[in-house]
Design a protein around this ligand. Sequence first.
Ligand code: SF4
Ligand code: SF4
Length: 547
Amino acid sequence: MEKVLVIDANARCSGKRFATLDVIGVGPRLITALLKSYGFEAVLHPYENIINNPKLVKNYDVVAVSFMVSDIVAVQKLLKSLKRFRENRGLVVLGGPGTLDEDVLKILDFDVAFIGEAEYTFHYLFHRCGYRSFRELVHEIGNSREVPKGLAIKRGNNVVSGGLGYWVPKDLLFKVIPEINDVKNYPYYWACRIYVEVVRGCSNFCRPSITGLCSECGICNSKDLSKRVVCPAGIPPGCGYCNVPLVHGYARSRDIYSIVEEVHKLIDLGATRIVLSAPDFLDFGRDAKVQDILTDPCNPSPNIDMIEKLLEELTNIEQVSEGKASISIENIKACLVNREVAEVLGKYLKNTAIYIGLESCSNKLLNIVGRPSKCEDVLNAIKLLVNKGLRPYVYLIHGLPHEDVEDIKKTIGVIPLLKDLGVERIVLYRFRSLPRTAFEKIDKVVEAIDPEIVKYREILKEEVRKFNSYRKMELIGRHIDVVIASKHHKHQHYLVGYPLTHGPVTLIKTSKRYIGYLARVKIVKALSDRIVLGEIIHIKQKIVKNL
Ligand code: SF4
Ligand code: SF4
């Protein structure tokens, strides 16, 4: 069987990661495991391992690159470095969110690209059609008239696409446990946030308001949940800037035992920071509460029993209960947070960070975007969560289509309130139109270049920066547990530590022999709105045995 090298190029932008250096995502691990399940010999490496040592590819028949649209330059550099591999008839396969953009595929040199979810497409090709290798697949499809759904190939300079892949049916979803062992190929994997998928897809099948397209037929709010899937006007489901519901479908939960098994294995390997990954963690188990498919973002309420069972099992893992590893959750939607939910999250996840999307404090804008929660819902959710000991991180976005000065002023106006409520960090994004979203076609021409808007956007950025700096200052004197990952890439006398339960990057001036240790540090200085300086109080334990 062919040997496939899976390369994780996600978030490498033009070839280097500048933020979230401590993240190991789900996608490439899942693809590696899926390939193995079809008999391929697959190995996963992060981008840096290959770009720094391209000779590694010579042992493989196929290189499979996972990337996002914003990583096109990094992928171009990678493919350029694989010239010899290509000359020796090595195949290049692309996958991940980057393949959703046909313009990106036109630019890149590849043999076959997977578009959307891969499980069904793999099943179709390697089981139903019976292809035994990528070479056979490329040869057959290259000569056939039609390209199957979920695939694209290059004919000369043209991309021939079968379109977006099918949403994975339940009997094929979560059938393999994502690759565990190759996590070791990532630098300081023991200190990284390793994402473990618990829910696929999103329940928000509301639509953004697109004037001139929407006929206000009301189907996307229908009581018949399966009717919400198709909008007669062709407007994609979900928030206007997001393609999760269109690409990954409605929310489907993973089996508790499979999640626990994966987390167990990762922790046994040395992982210390597990993040339960889902477009909305509170969708976990909610699909079991509806007869139909889960396309309503706010009703029914969360499945408290299943959430509690999962969190109980995970926090009972020895290393977690002893404080040597942490479990946290990724995103939640405000409209699903109530007193009971906050209580359960507080019981199992106290002192961990939790991400919640506010995006804007203009309800007019939130309505245009198709957000299921209003500003007040988010503020209320934050209050409940802080009350139970969680540490909310709040997303804001600027530059959305139809945003005006009043909208930005409202968002600026809510920042002091976020401070009073106890939000730990604000993550501010600039809107970028993504492929296969409702706002895909909204380009810069529509975006007002009103100098007042530009001025208020700058004020918003500055207020967020001040907020985050202030929060870092407040940390001075606090004691936190950090996992010491590496030397700092610029300041070699400092080591980089990542807080066990998430938080700011912590620099520590100490001997490099403490790399691979869990340590209690005292924060002594805020170095920026993202980084603090810490001093070791005591070393708690060595995490990695044979460094
Ligand atoms: S289904 Fe489509 S056309 Fe109908 S109300 Fe929703 S967005 Fe408008
Ligand atoms: S932004 Fe979140 S809630 Fe909105 S569609 Fe995407 S995943 Fe769903």
